[in-house]
Design a protein around this ligand. Structure first.
Ligand code: NIG
Ligand code: FE
Length: 417
C-alpha cells in the first residue's frame, strides 16, 4: 500500500544523510522542502522531494492513497524521550498545596509526591493502570507524538515495579506508537527505608534489577540522583548493577541542586541526563563531546515554578539539547509537545529550528531511536503529522496552547480518532 502526500507547503526536518543528533550552532539548522511530496510504502518513508519532480518519478499504478496537503506543513512526529505516563491517579491536591506555599520537596518529605502515587499504585490493578495510561497515549498521539519513553518508578518494591513495567510492555504491544521502557526503581526512598536508604538501594540491585532483566522488561535504567533523593554513591552502585545486564543509564539529575549527577551520568556513558535546572561551567564542560544527551523538561520547570535550565548557554557552548514533556502526575501533568516547543522558544530563547531538532532528532537519540525516527528520511518509519493550515515553522511554537496537528500518520497508517 502506498500513500502519497502532495502539495505540502513545507516538508520539515528532511534528512539525506543520517545524523545522530544536532549540537551547538548546528541546532539552528533544519532542512525543509517547500511545495513538496512524500511517498510512504507500508510503514516506511520511501521518497520525498519537490512537487516538480513527482511526475517523472512515479507513474506506476500501485494502489495509491493521495492526501492533498495544500497550505499545510508536514513534520516528523515528536519524540518524547522522558515520561512517567503510567500512574494511578492525578495529584491535583498537591498542586493546591503548592499554590498555598508548600514546596515540591516539602510535599515529598511529608510522604506525598512520588510516595503518594506509589501507595495508590499498589492498590491499582494492571488493567486499570493500562486503561488510564492508554487514554494518555491516545491523547499524546493526537498531539503529534510518535515515539515515547515511559518509566517505572511508582512501584518502589519488586512486585509493583515489575507490575508497572509489564503495563509498559502491554502498551508497547498494543498501541501504534513506538515505546521505550525505562526501569526507575530508584525514584524515591520508600518511608520504611528513610533511615537507611542504602538498604533500599540493595533491594533495587539484588531483587529488582535481576528480575527486570530476566523478563526483558526495560531498555534503560534511571535513578533520581538529586538532593534529598539518591546520592551519587547510590547512583553509581545502581548503574553498575544495571549495566551488568546491559541496561544503559538515562538519569534524572540536577533538578534540585548541583549534586554531581551530570558527572556521574557522563562517567557511565548515560544516553541522556535530564532536568538540568542546576548546571554550571563544570557540568557543561563534562558533557562536551560525550554521547550523553542533555535533556531539558520545560513542563516540570513551568509547573513547579523552578529556575530555568540555561539552555542558551549550553547550546552556545556547543552542546546538543533535547526537550521532553516529563508527563507525570506530580511535576508535569501534560504530554503536549507543541506546548513544550512553545516553552522552548518563549522561556528558553530557543529558535524555532532549535526546538524542532530538540523535539525530533535529538529526543529520538535520547531514547536510542534516531536510526528509525526523528526525521523525514528514506527508510525511516513513517511516523509524522500534517498540520492544519499554517504559514511556516515559526507558527507552531508561536501558537502556544493550540493543537495544530490535524492528521497523524503512524507506521504509514492514517490514524482515526
Ligand atoms: O521527573 N523528578 C523526579 N521525578 C519526576 C516527578 C515525578 C512525580 O512527582 O510524580 C520528574 O519530575
Ligand atoms: Fe521525570
Amino acid at each position: 500500500m502506498k500513500l502519497l502526500l502532495e502539495n505540502i507547503r513545507e516538508l520539515v526536518q528532511v534528512e539525506t544523510e543520517n545524523l545522530e543528533f544536532r549540537a551547538g550552532k548546528e541546532m539552528a539548522k533544519v532542512d525543509t522542502i517547500k511545495n513538496a511530496f512524500l511517498i510512504i510504502r507500508d510503514e516506511i518513508i520511501e521518497d520525498f522531494g519537490p512537487m516538480s519532480e513527482l511526475k517523472d518519478k512515479y507513474h506506476d499504478d500501485d494502489l495509491l492513497i493521495e492526501i492533498d496537503c495544500s497550505d499545510r506543513l508536514v513534520y516528523p512526529s515528536f519524540c518524547d524521550s522522558h515520561t512517567h505516563l503510567v500512574y494511578p491517579a492525578a495529584r491535583e491536591r498537591e498542586f493546591v498545596d503548592r499554590i498555598k506555599g508548600l514546596s515540591y520537596e516539602e510535599i515529598a518529605r511529608r510522604g506525598g509526591g512520588i510516595l503518594n502515587s506509589s501507595k495508590l499504585l499498589h492498590e491499582t490493578s494492571e488493567e486499570e493502570l493500562y486503561n488510564s495510561a492508554m487514554e494518555r497515549i491516545v491523547e499524546i498521539i493526537k498531539m503529534g507524538t510518535g515515539a515515547v519513553e515511559i518509566k517505572s518508578g511508582y512501584g518502589l518494591n519488586p512486585e509493583d515495579e515489575l507490575k508497572m513495567l509489564r503495563v509498559i510492555r502491554w502498551i508497547r504491544e498494543t498501541s501504534p506508537i513506538c515505546v521505550r521502557s525505562t526501569f526507575l526503581g530508584a525514584h524515591a526512598i520508600p518511608l520504611e527505608y528513610k533511615s537507611n536508604p542504602s538498604k533500599y538501594v540493595d533491594v533495587v540491585i539484588n531483587e529488582m534489577i535481576p528480575q527486570v532483566a530476566a523478563e526483558e522488561l526495560a531498555d534503560y535504567i534511571d535513578v533520581f540522583c538529586d538532593q534529598g533523593f539518591f546520592s551519587v554513591e547510590d547512583t553509581e552502585r545502581i548503574l553498575m548493577a544495571g549495566m551488568k545486564y546491559g541496561l544503559r543509564p538515562k538519569i534524572h539529575a540536577n533538578e534540585l541542586g548541583l549534586t554531581g549527577g551530570v558527572q556521574v551520568s557522563v562517567k557511565y556513558n548515560a544516553l541522556s541526563v535530564d532536568h538540568l535546572e542546576f548546571i554550571e561551567e563544570d557540568e557543561i564542560a563534562a558533557l562536551h563531546g560525550t554521547e550523553t544527551m542533555p535533556t531539558v523538561l520545560p513542563g516540570a520547570a513551568f509547573f513547579l515554578g523552578m529556575k530555568l535550565s540555561p539552555v542558551r548557554e549550553m547550546i552556545d557552548a556547543g552542546l546538543p539539547i533535547a526537550l521532553a514533556s516529563d508527563y507525570n502526575p506530580g511535576s508535569s501533568p501534560s504530554g503536549n509537545m507543541s506546548l513544550i516547543s512553545a516553552m522552548g522558544c518563549i522561556k528558553y530563547k530557543m529558535l524555532p529550528e532549535e526546538v524542532i531538532n530538540a523535539t525530533t532528532l535529538n529526543s529520538a537519540y535520547a531514547m536510542g531511536l534516531n536510526e528509525s525516527y526523528g526525521s523525514i528520511a528514506k527508510g525511516k518509519i513513517a511516523n509524522l503529522f500534517i498540520t492544519s493550515e499554517m504559514p511556516g515553522i515559526e507558527y507552531l511554537p508561536y501558537s502556544y496552547g493550540s493543537n495544530l496537528v490535524e492528521t497523524v500518520i503512524l507506521n504509514g497508517e492514517v490514524q482515526s480518532f
